[in-house]
Each structure stands twice: as C-alpha cells, then as structure tokens.
Write a protein that binds this ligand. Structure first.
Ligand code: FES
Length: 97
C-alpha cells in the first residue's frame, strides 16, 4: 500500500467560490469531489442540447467535468481546491426540491 494513501484523513478546511457563492471543502480534494460533496452534481450544460453534464470518469479522461476554474476551462476532477479558488458552473444549477 502506498505511503501517500490518506484514508480517513482530511486536509484543513478551505472555502472555494462557486458562481460567487462560498462552498466549504477540504484541502486535498478535487474541485469535482468538493462540488459533489456539496450536493452539486451538475457542473455545466452541453453546448449543443443544453443538457446538464457532470463528472463521469473522475480521472481526467472524459472531459465531462470541464468548467471554468480560476478563469480557465479545466477538468474539475484534476484540479485541487485551495482557499478562494473561483469556480464557474453558470447555467447548471441543481433543480429545486
Ligand atoms: S470526470 Fe472525466 S475528466 Fe473529469
């Protein structure tokens, strides 16, 4: 087993901004994991049909999670959160209720 495997331990709490709203999470998590933990499964809309899209592979292959992070389109599953990180999921809000 890898010595770097950290099961059951979390990094210190940080806050990212998602569409301007604060989302608490933990250092070391990916943006996709932090958003999923916060109840946000819809990350963007497809450019053609406008269908909601979310993380699928969680390893940087499918690009379904590509959203604007710190001003650049990046796969949310490969970007680690840090305090104050700006994330945009505009137009992909979760349905009410
Ligand atoms: S979920 Fe597939 S690239 Fe991020």
């Amino acid at each position: 087993m890898s010595a770097s495997l950290r099961i059951g331990r979390r990094g210190p709490p940080v806050v990212i901004r998602v569409d301007g709203e604060p989302v608490p999470c933990f250092a070391g998590e990916s943006v996709a994991a932090a958003l999923f933990a916060a109840g946000r499964r819809r990350l963007r809309k497809s450019p053609g049909a406008g269908e909601p899209r979310g993380a699928f592979c969680l390893m940087g292959t499918c690009q379904e999670c590509a959203i604007r992070i710190d001003g650049r389109i990046q796969p949310a599953c490969l970007v680690e959160v840090r305090d104050g990180l700006a994330v945009e999921c505009r137009g992909a809000s979760e349905p009410a209720g």
